[in-house]
Design a binder for this molecule. Structure first.
Ligand SMILES: [Ca+2]
Ligand SMILES: [Ca+2]
Ligand SMILES: [Ca+2]
Ligand SMILES: [Ca+2]
Length: 245
């Protein structure tokens, strides 16, 4: 240490004391918290001020007791005050428009009616959650070689365009034995093809609604623009959805 160090440190310390004294004049704990908006008493990622606005409990990280903290719910687009509304285990978003979708039908030009089916995590996933995405919906079957070969391509497209607003959903109406797939089958399918998008089971009724009258060939693909507006049914591929981004 040289001989100038001590006086320098003393001056810095003195300035520090003055600054603290100034900050203390007229300040109350309440002013400080409201002023910065950053105090987060329960550590849930939402400031006390934001919680006051949302109506969530600033002293409880998980206001509705559904197992997910308030901040995480806000990030995922779910309601931190509704225990029945939770983020998907698969990490997919719940778009803000989902409560405002005015379903019309399942023909080209319609705002699609909703669809809620079990995914590879055993959770129910709703089409309406992705109302602010361009959605590529593919109905297939686990026994179908085409559905199997498509799966990898769909994942590649999803990985490349997820950030642009693409959502891919593969609905498997039958397992290898032509039965409705169980959640385990869907998990195996997702693992096998390294799929990160929703793989749903069942949905025969929706398939026939989209296909209309006549024979249905698998896979049957549907492209929905933002707002869940059906732009094409059958004879389309994931590239047609990417073109809408
Ligand atoms: Ca908080
Ligand atoms: Ca809270
Ligand atoms: Ca919660
Ligand atoms: Ca909730």
């Amino acid at each position: 240490m040289n001989r100038f160090s001590l006086p320098f440190l003393t001056i810095v310390a003195a300035i520090g004391v003055v600054s603290l004294a100034c900050a203390g004049i007229g300040a109350t704990p309440t002013d400080s918290a409201a002023g910065t908006g950053a105090a987060d008493l329960d550590g849930d990622g939402l400031s006390d001020a934001d919680e006051a606005e949302l109506g969530t409990n600033p002293e409880q990280a998980d206001s509705d007791g559904d197992g997910t903290d308030d901040g995480e719910e806000v990030d995922a687009g779910t309601d931190p005050l509704d225990a029945d509304d939770q983020p998907y285990e698969g990490g997919w978003p719940h778009d803000g428009c989902r409560g405002d979708v005015a379903s019309e039908g399942r023909e080209v030009g319609d705002v699609s009616t909703d669809l809620a089916l079990i995914d590879q995590y055993g959770e129910s996933v709703s089409l309406s959650s992705f109302c602010d995405h361009v959605v590529f919906l593919s109905f297939g079957a686990m026994w179908s070689a085409l559905s199997q070969s498509d799966a990898k391509g769909y994942q590649a497209a999803y990985a490349d365009h997820e950030a642009d607003g693409l959502m891919v959903i593969q609905v498997l109406i039958e397992d290898l034995d032509s039965q409705e797939p169980a959640a385990d089958d869907l998990a195996t399918w997702a693992d096998t093809f390294e799929i990160a998008f929703p793989v749903l089971g069942g949905g025969q009724e929706a398939l026939y609604d989209y296909a209309g009258d006549g024979a249905v060939g698998l896979p049957l693909n549907v492209v929905l623009d933002r707002g869940l507006v059906i732009t094409a049914i059958d004879g389309v591929d994931v590239d047609d959805a990417i073109d809408l981004l």
